[in-house]
Structure formats: structure tokens, C-alpha cells
Design a binder for this molecule. Structure first.
Ligand code: ADP
Length: 482
């Protein structure tokens, strides 16, 4: 197996120095496929985080004034370093997170692509010269790095979620205090190793592991942190938004989803099943853009379900490092229990298990990819995020009915629609309250476009030119007496 020991950093990074927790206490990190402990990371808290914020604030004074071409150069080197180490980083990611190696490789590559994208995009972060109402004045609009950024990331994409935050922050001239999820800290700490290796100055990137409440609390309380970018649950996101009020920070929030996947009778059903597989089962269904609810029009319901079952049965479950595996473990036992409770709730209300529905003999955290038919609006997964490998299939009659069913959630992140009707595509583009809509595709994320949710799915966008704007302050400058 690929050796990732260079990136298994059992320390935190502050001001260019790798260190332990003040208490010397550690947290074990386990491989979800085997339950084996793969290493330990420091259990840091408030005091260590306050020091990291200070280091970032000090570094900001000089880093924010560096030449754009210098920062672009560093980011390009960081991109290359990621790709040069893609195999080791992917192996580390699979070891701590569980996803199949091919998905882990893809995650490293898209993370690197985000870095390159923002290295390019910062060169186009233009200001404006606005025509003044009188000739004796010149009016400018200028952009400036926002300041120290707090970046809090989840366990499902521990590398690329950080990339979407580090890319724009480091390009803009911000410095960062990052807090990865406790289940998957090494993929984030690896960014620290690489950032040092390619020459980012001390204090530009600081990384803290440990108590989420304490580290998060210190980040939110500090007046030096001017922006917080968070990807995770809606519940924690809302708490961070509340905490941001005291220091009036900028916040970007990528929160939960409950994606509908709508198949109309005019759709190419084979293409729809292909899209369904990737949008449902990628990362074992543990992504915020994963399909939560399949809505299939009456006439093609049975055909779609039959084909979905055939494709789902062909998935290979196992340790993500093994050849041909497409489905790894769930992140922990709580995730398995949650998936089980969705199955029990649904079957008690008339849902039928067409495939799967129980734990898999591979091990405690493995769950069979599951198809449930006869799904209805009173079942828990109609409103709650599944975050696991259950395909729940609802039946619908017409476009109006399905559009309102699809919108009947507080979430508004991703939606998918399969249809060949161009008029319907534009109608649904208007009527679906979602920030990302894939027509005839189940996989739509790419670095060039904004990724962000409507309603309670979030605030702000990551990626695209929009993904940079949240890291820049705008100043209006009036020069009078010309
Ligand atoms: P998920 O479990 O889906 O990743 P969470 O919202 O629980 O979603 O976690 C996302 C990130 O937020 C993780 O890094 C987690 O440690 C962190 N987190 C959890 N609770 C808090 C909190 N109270 N303050 C700050 N960060 C938190």
C-alpha cells in the first residue's frame, strides 16, 4: 500500500511550528473500515487556538501586502505538490475517511484544481473606476483581503472542502486558522505539511485539532478573525451564525441538503439510472449534494426501479483500498444507526425494501446499498438528510405536483432532473428552489462555478468567481480636489 507516513502529522501547526496540545492530551483517529487506530492528534482547545489566531494576525500584516504574482506562484507550487503526492494523499484520505481509493484520488485532484482556479482568478479580481457626478472628483472601488479567516471543515470531504476555502483565502492575501473534523484530521494537517514545503510563510496557515466547541468558540469570539467559512451541519452552522453577531464577522455557510432527483417519462432512463448511481451512492451517500429523494413519473416508475436495483446490486462493498470497491464503510456507528432508523421508520409506514436494508457482513460500519419503493411524504427521509446509502423512490403524476414536493423542505442545495423537454428545463430552473440544479447529470460540481445553497442550506458560494468575493473587502475611495 502507498506510504502516507510523511503526511500522518500527529501535531498542530501554529506560526510555522508543529506542536502538541498544552495538556499533552491526544485524540485517536481510527480507520472506519477496520476500526484500527491509525494515529493520534493533539486535543487542543481555547488557549492554543487563541495563539494560532495571534500567529495568523501577525502573518496577515505582511502576507496581505505581498505581490499578487508571489501568491500566485506559491499557489501554483501547492497545486503541483498536491498532484505529485496524489497517491499518498489519497491513501491517507481513504484510511481515515473510508471512501474508495478512486474517489479519494478524485478528491485530491479537485482540491488541487480549486487551488489553481483561485490562483488564476485572483488576477482578475478587478476594481472599478466609477464616473463621478462632478469633474473635480475621481471615484474608485478597490478590493482588499478581508483578514484572518477561520475555516471549519467536515469529515466527508476533508481535503477538497479545505481547498475551496484555502484557495480563495491564500490567493486574496488572507491568513487562516483551520479546524478539521475530528474524525478526519490528517487530510487537513497534510495541507500544512505541503504549504510549508512550497514556502508559504509561517503563520499564513495554522491548523488546530481538538474540541470543536472550544476551537470554534475561540475563532468565533476573536475580533481578529474577520471571516468564518464553514461546511457542515445546519445545526452547527446556525450556532456559528449566532456567534458571529458579537464581532460582526462575514460568514460563508455550506450546510445540509435534501436533494430531489426527478425522472420524467420523456427521460433517457438508462442515463437517469447512471446519474442516480453517482448522485446517490458516491461516498456511500455521505455528501450534502447526494440524492435524498427520487421522484419518478408513474409511467416509468417500474422500469426505473428495476434498472436502479440491477445497478445497485452491482456495487462492490469493502475496504476502500481493495481493488474494484465502490462502496466503503460509513463514517461511524452513529451513522449506521441513523440509516437503520430511516429504514425502520419507512417500512413501518408502508415503504418496501426492494434491495438491501441491513448491515453488511463486511463489518460493523458497512451497510448494504438499499432501495426503498413506495416512499411517501410522511416518512422521515422525506424531510431529513439521509447521509447514507438509501435510495428512496417516490411516485409522481405531473410537473406542478413534483416541483412543489421537491421544494417542500427547508433545504435548497442540489436538485437533479432528467427530461428531454427544453421548455420544462427552463420552467423548473425557475420553480425549483435550489442553488445547484443538474439537468440530465448526477454529478455537476466543478471549480469554475459557484457552489452554494438557498434557504437553510447556506450563505455565500464556493468556487467560481463568486467564491473569491467573500474573501475580499470592498472599499469606496473618493479623491476630491482634482
Ligand atoms: P458533520 O458531522 O456533518 O461533518 P458537523 O457540523 O457536526 O457536521 O461538523 C462539521 C465541523 O464543525 C467539524 O469540524 C466539527 O468538529 C465542527 N463543529 C462541530 N460542533 C462545533 C461547534 N460547536 N463549534 C464549531 N465547530 C463545530
Amino acid at each position: 500500500m502507498t506510504n502516507y507516513s510523511k503526511f500522518l502529522k500527529e501535531a498542530n501547526l501554529t506560526g510555522g511550528i508543529w506542536h502538541s496540545a498544552d495538556s499533552n492530551l491526544n485524540i485517536p483517529v481510527t480507520n472506519p473500515a477496520t476500526g484500527d487506530v491509525i494515529g493520534h492528534v493533539p486535543n487542543c482547545g481555547t488557549t492554543e487556538t487563541e495563539r494560532a489566531i495571534q500567529a495568523a494576525a501577525t502573518a496577515f500584516k505582511t502576507y496581505s501586502r505581498t505581490d499578487v504574482s508571489y501568491r500566485v506562484g506559491l499557489l501554483r507550487k501547492l497545486h503541483d505538490a498536491l498532484m505529485d503526492n496524489q497517491e499518498s494523499l489519497a491513501a491517507l484520505l481513504t484510511a481515515e475517511q473510508g471512501k474508495p481509493l478512486f474517489e479519494a484520488r478524485g478528491e485530491i485532484a479537485i482540491g488541487a484544481a480549486y487551488i489553481l482556479w483561485f490562483a488564476e482568478e485572483i488576477r482578475r479580481a478587478k476594481g472599478e473606476i466609477v464616473p463621478a457626478p462632478t469633474n473635480d472628483r475621481r471615484l474608485l472601488v478597490t478590493h482588499h483581503p478581508v483578514g484572518v479567516v477561520g475555516a471549519i471543515t467536515p469529515w466527508n470531504f476533508p481535503s477538497s472542502m479545505l481547498a475551496r476555502k484555502l484557495g480563495p483565502a491564500l490567493a486574496a492575501g488572507c491568513t487562516v486558522v483551520a479546524k478539521p473534523a475530528t474524525a478526519t484530521p490528517y487530510s487537513a494537517l497534510a495541507w500544512g505539511v505541503l504549504a510549508q514545503e512550497v514556502g508559504f510563510p509561517a503563520g499564513v496557515l495554522n491548523i488546530m485539532t481538538g474540541s470543536a466547541r472550544e476551537i470554534g468558540g475561540a475563532i468565533m469570539a476573536s475580533p481578529d478573525v474577520r471571516k468564518v467559512t464553514f461546511t457542515g451541519s445546519t445545526e452547527v452552522g446556525k450556532s456559528l451564525i449566532r456567534q458571529s453577531a458579537d464581532t460582526v464577522k462575514k460568514v460563508s455557510m455550506e450546510l445540509g441538503g435534501n436533494a430531489p432527483f426527478i425522472v420524467f417519462e420523456d427521460a433517457d432512463i438508462d442515463a437517469a439510472v447512471e446519474g442516480a448511481m453517482v448522485s446517490k451512492y458516491r461516498n456511500m451517500g455521505q455528501t450534502c449534494v447526494c440524492t435524498n429523494r427520487f421522484y419518478v413519473q408513474e409511467k416509468v416508475y417500474d422500469t426505473f426501479v428495476e434498472k436502479l436495483i440491477v445497478a445497485t446490486r452491482a456495487l462492490k462493498i469493502g475496504n476502500g483500498v481493495d481493488d474494484g470497491v465502490t462502496q466503503g464503510p460509513l463514517i461511524d456507528m452513529a451513522a449506521v444507526e441513523k440509516v437503520e432508523s430511516f429504514v425502520a421508520d419507512s417500512t413501518s409506514k408502508g415503504g418496501e425494501i426492494a434491495l438491501g436494508g441491513k448491515r453488511h457482513p463486511k463489518g460493523a460500519t458497512f451497510f448494504e446499498p438499499t432501495v426503498i419503493t413506495n416512499a411517501s411524504a410522511d416518512m422521515d427521509f422525506a424531510t431529513d438528510e439521509i447521509f447514507g446509502p438509501i435510495a428512496a423512490v417516490f411516485k409522481f403524476e405531473n410537473e406542478d405536483e413534483v416541483a412543489s414536493a421537491a421544494n417542500a423542505t427547508e433545504f435548497g442545495l442540489a436538485a437533479y432532473v432528467y427530461t428531454r423537454d427544453v421548455g420544462r428545463i427552463f420552467r423548473l430552473n425557475d420553480s425549483l428552489d435550489y442553488g445547484l440544479i443538474g439537468f440530465n447529470s448526477g454529478l455537476i460540481t466543478t471549480v469554475e462555478v459557484p457552489f452554494g445553497g438557498l434557504k437553510e442550506s447556506g450563505l455565500g458560494s464556493e468556487g467560481g468567481s463568486q467564491g473569491l468575493q467573500d474573501y475580499l473587502e470592498t472599499k469606496y475611495v473618493c479623491i476630491a480636489g482634482i
